[in-house]
Design a protein around this ligand. Structure first.
Ligand code: ADP
Ligand code: MG
Length: 366
């Protein structure tokens, strides 16, 4: 089922009593989510992710705009008639009910044609439990389960009615690091098996990048960029997106374009043909540095960090907007950690320029 968001907007009265204005939690969100895909909705806390999800499931009414599931306009439908499955950060299981009863809950009290026999209910509950691999724990109560297992029960409960759309709001935030990794793979597997169109909300770029078919990067209620994770990483449209994606993060310098060349401090680091003279933000991905004895960029060496396959050189430069610069180079490179200065050439495809004021991308000729 494709989902269409058509100029979706939600404004709230400002919580700050002094200013009588409104907060635009979601502004003019237009997007067609393709059928059967997993979309990661990504952005910092407060950027409007949960509001978007709550609009899609019907817990909130939009101020403007429409929502379609397939060709159906669902904007006016109550949540229970939309066919959505919801999973939240706090699993919100019923503590006094067993796993079986928790999963079964949405199937009880179905009326009319939708009413199910005991056998049908048992079959659906078992299928959902098996999908999330919790079918061995059916008679336990939530307090007898780990966090990861509880979240699986919550996912099974969201899936038991075979929703048209699955919505997950930071579902992994309460899990420890290892379980987070494991559970996100599980969610991906389940989504691929069921082919249910899924929206996965997270503030964790790594999480969104690793499991999504498409990511939507949001800031202050507005969509910044939509695309395949790798495309957005390789081609950020503005400084915010460039900084939000990638670990270690992109290194941002105060740069200057003069006579078709990019300067960082006194170093002339790259050609910037066709770009008018101006101050710029110059972003360099950690993998964009190439060790070279005669490289144009001089950095002050702080230390080396070995990360297994790669080595991270931690260095500094007066024009860098953060204290440290991280560059990643192959482990077999020969670096003297005792040297003061280290010199790099830059991979042009890993260098991005942004307008000093608008922070929009300035495209280099490649
Ligand atoms: P996220 O899930 O990305 O952290 P939210 O969608 O929860 O962000 O919130 C987006 C913005 O809308 C925030 O500025 C938040 O304070 C505001 N907001 C959310 N819900 C309400 C509400 N019920 N009343 C007023 N403001 C709200
Ligand atoms: Mg939220």
């Amino acid at each position: 089922m494709k989902i269409v968001l058509d100029h979706l907007t939600k404004k709230f009265p400002s919580r700050n009593k002094k200013e009588h204005g409104e907060v635009t939690a979601v502004g003019d969100f237009c997007f067609e989510i393709p059928d059967g895909k997993l979309v990661g909705l990504l952005g910092p806390s407060g950027c409007g992710k949960s509001t978007t999800l709550n609009l899609i499931c019907g817990l909130l009414k939009p101020t403007e705009g429409k929502i379609f599931f397939g060709d159906d306009d669902v904007t006016g439908l109550p949540p229970e008639n939309r066919g959505v499955g919801l999973v939240f950060q706090n699993y919100a299981l019923y503590p006094h009910l067993t796993v079986r009863k928790n999963i079964q809950f949405p199937l009880e009290n179905l009326k009319g044609d939708a009413k199910l026999s005991k056998e049908e209910i048992d079959g659906k509950v078992y299928a959902a439990a098996k999908l999330v691999q919790i079918d061995g724990l059916m008679e336990r109560r939530p307090s007898e389960l780990s966090g990861g297992q509880q979240q699986r029960v919550a996912i099974a409960r969201a899936l038991v009615k075979m929703p048209r759309v699955l919505l997950l709001d930071e579902p992994l935030s309460n899990l420890d690091a290892r379980l987070r990794l494991q559970t996100r793979e599980e969610i991906r597997r389940i989504q691929k098996e069921t082919k249910i169109t899924t929206i996965f909300v997270t503030h964790d770029q790594d999480e969104a990048m690793s499991i999504s078919d498409l990511i939507v990067v949001m800031k202050d209620g507005y969509v910044q960029q939509i695309g395949k994770p790798q495309e957005v990483y390789d081609n950020p449209v503005n400084l915010f997106v460039a900084k939000f994606l990638g670990t270690p993060p992109i290194n941002v310098f105060d740069g200057r374009v003069k006579d078709g060349m990019l300067y960082i401090g006194e170093d002339v680091v790259l050609k910037a043909e066709g770009i008018p003279d101006q101050e710029v933000h110059a972003g360099i991905r950690p993998e964009g540095f190439v060790l070279r004895e005669d490289g144009p960029l001089h950095l002050q060496m702080s230390r080396l960090e070995v990360m297994g396959r790669d080595v991270s050189i931690v260095s500094g430069h007066p024009c860098c907007q953060s204290e440290t610069i991280r560059s990643i180079i192959p482990a077999e490179s020969n670096v003297d950690p005792a040297s003061d200065t280290i010199r790099f050439a830059l991979k042009p495809a890993k260098v991005y320029l942004f307008n000093k004021t608008t922070e929009e991308r300035i495209y280099l000729e490649r």
